[in-house]
Design a binder for this molecule. Sequence first.
Ligand SMILES: [Fe+2]
Length: 198
Amino acid sequence: MKQLKEKTKTFQQLEMLFEHDIYTFQHSLRVAELLFKMGIQLNMSEECQEELYQLGALHDIGKIRIPQTILNKEEHLTEQERKVLNQHTIYGFEILRHDKYSKEFLDGVIYHHENYDGTGYPYGISSFAEGIPVYAQILRVVDSFDAMTSNRSYKKAFSVEKALAEIESLKGIFYSPEVVDSFISMYWDNPHYLRWSY
Ligand SMILES: [Fe+2]
């Protein structure tokens, strides 16, 4: 019964995301699938693979608190709007922190826009100083790949090859070198994993 209640809550949260911003909903499902596959690629336990799937599905849940006018704005965001948007990592943590999630999972939500070199948000932590939690490092790469290869009203999608080259060029800057290497090997082993029809 407890498990069913927890699943129902996740569905309700995803339904809210669907209603609020269908792009983020679809993005989250693709990220969930790719994170799950990265769990396999990295030889993680089945429990971690499932946790990664759920993390992908819910990592941007904080966007339900961000106005649609900001989420779908076609022009460049102002500095103030970007600050509001960047709050979604903290909102996501706030929405999920009273549920049954592990610390690793919640760290993945809050730190998924932190960069390897400390130039990300919300806290600017780096792999050279405080260290970035592992789920957040994996999510950073998978999330960026999906964003790069998606069509938006304000930008055209990169091809898979162009996105991988871009990610490779930012290895050790934005992205963890180990995660980038695993992501690229996953592509070479299973190129169809990175191509979607939605
Ligand atoms: Fe995000």
